[in-house]
Design a protein around this ligand. Structure first.
Ligand SMILES: NC(=O)c1ccc[n+]([C@@H]2O[C@H](COP(=O)([O-])OP(=O)(O)OC[C@H]3O[C@@H](n4cnc5c(N)ncnc54)[C@H](O)[C@@H]3O)[C@@H](O)[C@H]2O)c1
Ligand SMILES: O=c1ccn([C@@H]2O[C@H](COP(=O)(O)OP(=O)(O)O[C@H]3O[C@H](CO)[C@@H](O)[C@H](O)[C@H]3O)[C@@H](O)[C@H]2O)c(=O)[nH]1
Length: 437
């Protein structure tokens, strides 16, 4: 099958490469000419495990191409998948300008039946807006052509995006058009050989499903962060509590890790956008209000703990920070909790020496030279008064604690990801503060 992907970011590029991998011919369109030039030259715009090899293999096989030419992209395929960004607008609602622009550029050029697939995360009613934008463009041209708008939200996680796409738990397709449904069923057939994964529903329900899923996961995290704060006050250990509740199959183990708050390009913006949607329809989402407030507070937790140890002013102090990316295995800095930690440290007069295996370049774009970017975990510790951990990269899990102790001015570790055994670290002579234990 031939298909066009509009927007070659995290979702568009992974979707394009994975759909090419199963034999489709995919043309990825982007307005960012330098991104397209890099991709053509084999340079990946993002760090995502397995992606580079996948892109390169399918490029070489001629199944995956990149372009900035909108005429070519619209003419290329019946299936036009929109995977452009939907960043938060002024009041937190999803900004749909890129989605609508993508729809208009299709409407302006199409000459036959098109299926427009919304893969971007978009509020309920967006498929109608996309349909209207296309209808307006067609009317302007004085032509009548058939088209369908389908909602097919994406559930991949950064850091595991290729794996998530290739082995989906479910594929949600919201369609009110039988012909379009059949196309989508055929497109996803290779991903459901062992059992049916397609969850078919109406368009509006599919749009809401995406937000409901992210809101539910964000709720679990904020709930656990609050339980962790309570565990600290009660001298209980949240890690033991986590195992105790996760064993209940009704609860399960996943997404129960307390930490420095959720970040990334999805949970914060999607929780906010869902709240705005609800407000616009006169519905109060009290739970999500609290989820967001709890998360905002949690992002300050590391600095609060540090201040409890070193005092309110951090002037003259150097603080080492391990981890900048919002989660491991990505270089994405969008809404990374580390940014709140860094602001808190700099505001109190500290110098920050940070190490991240992949995200330093992306962090530098946001922070410039306000912090020092160390070349290795150990280099970040030289002369530092304490070590803070914001991201659970694998390479931080089993460090040389003797070397850490020698490098730090005082043996103080404040761990926002509960990587180590508190009893063991105290035995080694560290002052070790974690989350909820
Ligand atoms: N990042 C994730 O893990 C993830 C997962 C699931 C869903 N989503 C959703 O998918 C959407 C895309 O997210 P992302 O992280 O991939 O965004 P991104 O910012 O990484 O990529 C978007 C791309 O679209 C391009 N673009 C913008 N307007 C365009 C146009 N008119 N024509 C062609 N290209 C255009 C941009 O240049 C950019 O390269 C968002 O709605 C997001 O919420 C993201
Ligand atoms: O137990 C947990 C799990 C996650 N997090 C944090 O939550 C954030 C989001 O993590 P994760 O969900 O793994 O990454 P994303 O790439 O943001 O993926 C989410 O957002 C995507 C975009 O909508 C969806 O497609 C995915 O299904 C959804 O998991 C990160 O800051 C994590 O550190 C925790 O604090 N505790």
């Amino acid at each position: 099958m031939k298909l066009t992907i509009v927007g070659t970011g995290y979702v568009g590029l992974v979707t394009g490469a994975c759909l090419a991998e199963v034999g489709n011919e995919v043309l990825c369109l982007d307005v960012d000419a330098s991104k397209v030039a890099d991709l053509r030259a084999g340079i990946m715009p993002i760090h995502e495990p397995g992606l580079e090899a996948l892109v390169s293999r399918n490029q070489q096989a001629g199944r995956l191409r990149f372009t900035t030419d909108v005429d070519e992209a619209v003419a290329y395929a019946t299936l036009q998948m929109i995977a452009v960004g939907t960043p938060p607008g002024e009041n937190g609602a999803a900004d749909l300008q890129h989605v609508v622009a993508a729809a208009r550029q299709i409407g302006r050029r199409m000459t036959d039946y098109k299926i427009i697939v919304d893969k971007s995360t978009v509020p309920v009613g967006t498929a109608d807006k996309v349909g209207e934008a296309i209808a307006e463009e067609l009317a302007e041209r004085g032509v009548q052509l058939p088209y369908a708008v389908v909602s097919n939200p994406e559930f991949l996680k950064e850091g595991a995006a290729v794996e998530d796409f290739m082995r989906p738990d479910r594929i949600v397709v919201g369609s009110d058009d039988e012909r379009a449904t059949q196309w989508l069923r055929a497109l996803y057939q290779p991903f459901q050989r062992s059992h049916e994964r397609l969850v078919l529903m109406d368009v509006r329900s599919a749009e809401l499903t995406k937000y409901a899923a992210n809101a539910m996961l964000a709720t679990r995290i904020s709930f656990m962060n609050e339980m962790a704060n309570l565990a600290e006050a009660l001298q209980a250990d949240i890690e033991q509590v986590r195992r105790g509740i996760g064993a209940d199959p009704r609860i399960g183990y996943q997404f129960l890790y307390p930490g420095v708050g959720y970040g990334g390009s999805c949970f914060p913006k999607d929780v906010r956008a869902l709240r705005r949607t609800a407000e616009a329809h006169g519905v109060q989402l009290r739970v999500l209000e609290a989820v967001e407030a709890a998360n905002d507070a949690q992002k300050h937790k590391l600095v609060i703990k540090l201040v409890q140890r070193l005092g309110a002013s951090l002037r003259g102090r150097c603080i080492a920070l391990w981890g900048l990316a919002f989660k491991p295995d990505t270089d994405d800095m969008r809404e990374a909790p580390s940014l709140t930690v860094i602001d808190g440290l700099l505001d109190r007069g500290a110098r920050v020496s940070a190490y991240d295996p992949t995200a330093s370049k992306a962090a530098r774009k946001l922070l410039g030279e306000r912090i020092h970017y160390a070349a290795s975990p150990m280099a970040a510790l030289e002369g530092a008064d304490a070590l803070l951990i914001a991201t659970e990269w694998k390479e931080f899990r089993s460090p040389d604690f003797d070397a850490i102790k020698r490098a730090l001015k005082r043996p103080l570790i404040i761990d926002g990801r509960n990587l180590y055994d508190p009893a063991y670290l105290r035995e080694l002579g560290f002052v070790y503060d974690a989350i909820g234990r």
